[in-house]
Structures are given as C-alpha cells and as structure tokens.
Design a protein around this ligand. Sequence first.
Ligand code: 2AM
Ligand code: CA
Ligand code: CA
Ligand code: CA
Length: 259
Amino acid sequence: MSEILKRDKLIKQWIKEAAESIESAKVDSLKVEEKSARNDLVTNMDKKIEEELSRKIRAEFPEDRICGEEGYGDDLKDLKGTVWFVDPIDGTLNFVLQQENFAVMIGVYEEGIGVQGYIYDVVKDNLYSAIKGQGIFCNDQQMKAPKNKSLSEGLIATNSQLMTQDKYSDYRKIADQSMGVRMLGSAGLEVIELLKGNVIAYMASKLSPWDIAAGKVMVEEVGFKVSQFDGSSIDLLNKNKTIFSTGKAFDEIVTVNSK
Ligand code: 2AM
Ligand code: CA
Ligand code: CA
Ligand code: CA
C-alpha cells in the first residue's frame, strides 16, 4: 500500500475515534480556559484529542513532524519532509457554546506541498476528504466540483472580527459587493461551505497553519484559490490573513485589496 493510502485509512479511523471522545464529553464537566482573549478558548477535550492524535501519528510515522494548535506537536522552522497539521477541535467556541458547528481537521504536506486534507463535521457525521489529484469526497462519495462564481453572484463567509472591528472596515466593501455575509465560526466548516458552492469565498483576518492546511488541499483540488489577502502565497509557518475562494471571486477580492 502506498504511504498516502496507508495514511488515508489511519486518518479516517483516528478522526472517528477522536469524534467518539468528543461526543462522549459532558458539557458541564468540560474544563474551559481562556487563551489570548475571552473569546479564544481551549478545553481539556481540545488538548486530549491533540495529544491522542499526536501519539498515534508518532507511533505509526516516527520520521514525520507535527504542527498542532495545543502544543503536542513539534516546533517547526521549515516544512521539509512530511508534516501533519492537526486542529483537534476547529470551532472551540461553538463546541463550548453550541455543541455543534465544529470539526476535527488534519492536513498532510510533503516538502511543503499539500497531499491530503480531512475535515470532519463531528455532529453531522460528515467526513470531507481529499487526496491531491483524486478530487474531493464526503463520506467517501465524490463531491461535485462547485461552480466558479464571481463575487456579485454569491455569499461571502468571514470571521467575525473582519465585520466587527473598524480596522478591517475596507473589507466590508468587498462583502458589500457580494450577495451577503454568512459566518459559522469554524474555518474548516466555512471552507466546506465554499466546496459545496454555498459561499463564493471565506476571508479570515488571522488564521494559523492548522486552520488552513486541510482546507487548502481541498480548495486547490477543485481549482479554487487560497492565498493571503494581498494575493501572496500562504505561509504555513506563520499566521495568515487568508482568502479561500472561487477563481473569479479571488481576482475581484485581490483587486479590491490591493487598491
Ligand atoms: P479554533 O476554534 O480552532 O481556535 C473562528 O472564527 C475560527 O477562527 C475558528 O476556525 C477558530 O479556530 C479560528 N481562530 C483562529 N485564531 C483564533 C483566535 N485567536 N480566537 C478564536 N478563533 C480563532
Ligand atoms: Ca483555538
Ligand atoms: Ca482552528
Ligand atoms: Ca482548534
């Protein structure tokens, strides 16, 4: 079996195991801590899931390196070799406040190139996946490629700061050219909305490598674009102001951004 297929099988199994732990968690007994701000939360479940996924990855693939949100990964200075990007719970605030609209995400990169992406909508039991060159899948069924719509033809998703903070007011002009704004609060699930054709772009002012990695593989797989707001390439060693978008909307957004 090729390395990619071996990983594919294990990742799907590990993600389902992670989801079982998450679903068995009782909201009342969650230990919730603040990180950088009062709405930037981490729970004992985020840590447990990342710790378990990291342990499984290291046991099966000892040469590979891990970039994870909650500190169980490696301190990466480059993207040489095989790197696993792990976001144990994407949408922690939703997990705590809504008990839905969160995902487990894994992206695998070889020499900096995205080769596999997995986004699991735990509550809806939908596992979205892509292997580079093979298309995008939901629960192992091939998904139809979304239409390449322009900004004026569809809805735009953003993170909430982009709409609420005045320093980002220029970006409201972009949103104003779309049909309307939608916000889910999970970078991974917003990317899924793009892949389903429900929105034409997702823009977020500060995403970390683990927020971007899995979705980037899937979005590029359908020929859509992923970049920083100014059109420059994503840097998976740092935070990025990130656009995921259809090709048509991308050209319009980057033009507005660079004015
Ligand atoms: P997280 O839940 O894994 O932290 C919310 O708009 C989206 O942005 C989520 O995908 C969230 O991922 C991500 N995000 C990135 N940085 C964040 C921060 N400092 N605070 C809250 N959400 C953040
Ligand atoms: Ca977080
Ligand atoms: Ca995240
Ligand atoms: Ca997270």
